[in-house]
Write a new protein. Structure first.
Length: 164
């Protein structure tokens, strides 16, 4: 086979791929609906708050936060503006670089995150982990580590790339 020919998915690979896409899409939707219903925030906002809660001073450069949350600068800026209006995040200028701005989680934002977290975890558990045996959890971990490695994420760095 030449380098120009497409290596199409085998039937079992295609079935696995479609199952993976369906499962991740439906899980993301279930998480988003639960957070909207119970905490008044979309999953994307929960992820922003969670990332900020895990770093020193609960503060990150907007550019770093955009990269970590896999968001464009404009989409993140819009989200931060909404979170600011709720009093959950504040922007602060970077003292070392006037071109940079930090997003900082407020005490009110941390409280909102803490209130939302139990329902979020229950939903993750109900739709994912409670469906798997301990062996399947180990297998899923191995699989996701292999995929992340293929995407250039070193083992152990997933938490720095994808917020909890």
């Amino acid at each position: 086979m030449s380098g120009d020919e497409t290596r199409w998915l085998e039937p079992d690979e295609l079935e696995t791929w479609l199952s993976y896409v369906a499962a991740t899409t439906l899980l993301e939707g279930a998480l988003d609906r639960q957070l909207q219903r119970d905490a008044g925030m979309p999953h994307a906002y929960y992820q922003i708050l969670a990332m900020l809660s895990e770093v020193p001073d609960r503060s990150l450069r907007m550019s770093e936060l955009a990269a970590i949350t896999q968001s464009s600068q404009s989409r993140l800026s819009h989200a931060i503006a909404r979170l600011e209006r709720k009093g959950w995040v504040r922007r602060k200028p970077c003292p070392a670089d006037r071109r940079s701005t930090f997003a900082q989680l407020t005490e009110e934002g941390f409280a909102a995150l803490a209130a939302a977290a139990p329902g979020h975890v229950r939903t993750v558990r109900r739709h994912l982990f409670d469906r798997l045996t301990p062996e399947q959890v180990d297998q899923l971990h191995e699989i996701t580590r292999a995929v992340l490695e293929g995407l250039g994420v070193a083992d152990g760095d997933a938490q720095a790339v994808l917020p909890r």
